[in-house]
Design a protein around this ligand. Structure first.
Ligand code: ATP
Length: 376
């Protein structure tokens, strides 16, 4: 529709100020998102944060209480589901048991009276590497193979947008990991925009180009997986994407023309890059990922750019082959976690050892306030 195009630079999907209420409950809260074409986009968040509701509004299965959904610039808020150029793959993939794999994939095309139905269906099956099983019934396939048939069925008519709602949720862990890589490869090959809903941070990080972390019906942070991991803007994001140590502190000075914050943590000064921090002044939470932290001896000299906390006592070690997870009770601060690679294949710090914790200051992040983490 001329004139209806958005100014969002040709986004495949725009969600603009969308709210969804169920009675008095706000499931999706004034959400705005834009997904560029060809992106593998993940909506990541804990159970109940509004991911599925958002997806259902994009599919047309749920009507927004307020706001606009646009596909390729066109307002589809009032367009019924079957008229939207969108397919959805659910966790329960519901293949027709009495039809062959090929006929399952061809089904939607036949209904549309498309031409070359058989060739197109076979091509979609080749994409998911199942063409050799085209004549089988779904019951004669493994769970992972059935999921791939569902995917072939969803891409066969080349939708502008493919929505995936926990599509791998029913698979065991090993198969899940394998399918994650396959899905990513398939998306790159077909070039269709994928919007993938999951509560599994590893899944989102493995597959997506862009991840929106949702909490309480809102996007807390949006970015590339590496960006979110390295630069979390809220304690929720820091904890939802991997583990982090968070300790309360107070901003006492700014250094380097404002590029660095000097933060007092239990009487010790640490430095936090201002650019990696959602913090300004006053009370803050200072964070660092466990794998960034090194354990050094109580009298070892740290590196020049290090932040150092301690002394403290190693209270627990848990060996995991290539690495060991240590719990260190830092005097006056509490227990912090450290992941260290095992040099020579064994853990080197025994429980009871008096140690300090050191890490490269640029890996530190900080958030305003000292409230505890709210999740879910
Ligand atoms: P999950 O990962 O568990 O599927 P989610 O992030 O997808 O969670 P939604 O299914 O979008 O969450 O649900 C968001 C909130 O809205 C939940 O608290 C849910 O109970 C509520 N909700 C969803 N659908 C309805 C409905 N039809 N009526 C009332 N409340 C609903």
């Amino acid at each position: 529709v001329a004139g209806a195009a958005s100014d969002a630079g040709g986004a495949a999907l725009d969600i603009v100020s969308v709210t969804k209420r169920f009675g008095a409950f706000v499931a999706v809260d004034d959400l705005t998102l834009s997904v560029p074409p060809g992106t593998f986009f993940a909506l990541l968040g804990p159970s109940g944060c509004g991911k599925t509701t958002t997806l259902r509004m994009v599919a047309g299965l749920e009507r927004p209480s307020a706001g606009t959904v646009r596909l390729a610039g066109q307002d589809v808020t009032e367009v019924p589901a079957h008229r939207r150029p969108v397919n959805t793959v659910f966790q329960s993939y519901a293949l027709f048991p009495h039809l062959s794999v090929l006929e399952n994939v061809a089904f939607g095309l036949r209904r549309r009276r498309a031409r070359h139905v058989r060739a197109l269906a076979l091509e979609a099956l080749e994409l998911v590497e199942l063409a050799h099983l085209a004549q089988r019934r779904p019951a004669q396939l493994s769970g992972g193979q059935q999921q791939r048939v569902a995917l072939a069925r969803a891409v066969v008519n080349r939708p502008a947008l493919l929505l995936l709602d926990e599509p791998l949720g029913a698979l065991d862990l090993r198969l899940r990991r394998q399918m994650q890589l396959e899905l990513k490869a398939i998306q790159a090959e077909v070039g269709i925009t994928f919007v993938h809903v999951t509560h599994d941070q590893e899944e989102a990080m493995t597959m997506a180009d862009t991840v929106a972390v949702m909490n309480h019906g809102r996007v807390e942070q949006l970015g590339t997986p590496a960006d979110l991991y390295e630069h979390p803007r809220t304690p929720f994001v820091a904890n939802f994407l991997g583990q982090s140590n968070l300790v309360p502190g107070t901003v006492v000075e700014t250094l380097d023309a404002g590029r660095t914050l000097g933060v007092d943590v239990g009487g010790v000064r640490v430095q936090v890059p201002a650019a990696r921090s959602g913090a300004g002044t006053g009370r803050v939470l200072v964070g660092v990922r466990p794998e960034k932290v090194r354990i050094i001896g109580a009298t070892d000299v740290p590196r020049e750019a290090d932040n150092v906390l301690g002394p403290g006592t190693v209270v627990d070690t848990s060996f995991a082959g290539v690495s060991t997870q240590y719990q260190v009770d830092v005097d006056g601060l509490g227990v912090l976690g450290v992941f260290e690679q095992n040099v020579g294949g064994r853990a080197v710090h025994a429980p009871g050892a008096r140690v300090r914790l050191a890490w490269d200051a640029p890996h530190t992040f900080a958030f305003d306030g000292d409230e505890q983490i709210r999740a879910g």
